[in-house]
Design a protein. Structure first.
Length: 41
């Protein structure tokens, strides 16, 4: 089975995310801009 890894991860601005994402998904782009995780706004 082929594992699919995300290219882009959108989160809020919690301080823990950058370190965790660097460890688990170091190739993914981390987007933490204001309102970026809500497509309606």
């Amino acid at each position: 089975m082929l594992a699919v890894r995300p290219v882009e991860v959108t989160t809020d601005q919690a301080a823990a995310y950058p370190r965790i994402l660097d460890e688990l998904l170091h190739d993914a782009c981390h987007i933490d801009a204001w309102w970026a995780n809500s497509r309606i706004e």
